[in-house]
Design a protein around this ligand. Sequence first.
Ligand SMILES: [Zn+2]
Length: 303
Amino acid sequence: MKRGSSHNLRMYLCYAIVISLHLCTWGTLRSQPNISNIEEMQSKAVDSVKSIRMAEMTWPDIKSAIEQGYTAVVVAVGSTEQHGPHLPTMTDTRIGDDLAHRVAMKLGHTLQAITITVGCSKHHLSFPGTISLRDETLRMIILDYIESLIRNGFNRIVFLPMHGGNFPIVQATLKEAQIAHQGIEIIGVTDITKLLVCMNAASAEFGINANESGAHAGESETSIMMALEKNLVIKDRFAPGYVGLTGEKELKIIFEQGMPALTKNGVLGDPRKASADKGEVYLDRLTEFLIQEIKKQSHQNQR
Ligand SMILES: [Zn+2]
């Protein structure tokens, strides 16, 4: 997540398990189920939905959940990019994944699809560990998610971008998908300005200004990661990065020259006032904000 003071431009800031073909083929051949086995497996599918994370579920359980009315699905769109010397590169992905889970739980009758873990992070590439997709790659991933989830039987698909650099492409791609898949509700909380207003309001309650709270790896993101992954936050490396105004001029510098032109340690903000307690509050507020935005969009679609 990114934040700063110039909302229009701030929006531009912010997998693979390798199994050998041999083992995979061998396993498939050994366990090839016949039709009666499939029927048996289906009959054993759980009656109640115990998990909503599809990545942790089996296909019979996912099928059973959809049949029980879990026809909505939430997907977070994260990033893999540097987050200063004190936060891990999975920060946006971890936060997005947690928020998507909270949102799905609160919405009810909603499953969570596996989070998109890499996003558009070109301006962070000079910091090791950053992996960036081209806009077109992210567009195609989102379209393929939508095609797959529709085939699965979902009729309401919600995307939650959690990294500033992903917002414009997620927004444009969902518009395209909405036209292509009439009758399927495709929703995205893609207004980063509103999300930042929500974050700013929470920071202000703690007496923390927007520049400290920060556009990238500042107080707010650090607080959330302390709440979620305290063992991955390196407190003795907390140091301010760029703490001035992040306006048009600064964003032009970042996008034309990359983050190091403005911040040597990769931080926009100051993590020194971060705490896990504040992180919990940010998570609650963000969850509530996302729920309200999803409901608003859903309401508009029904009109
Ligand atoms: Zn971030």
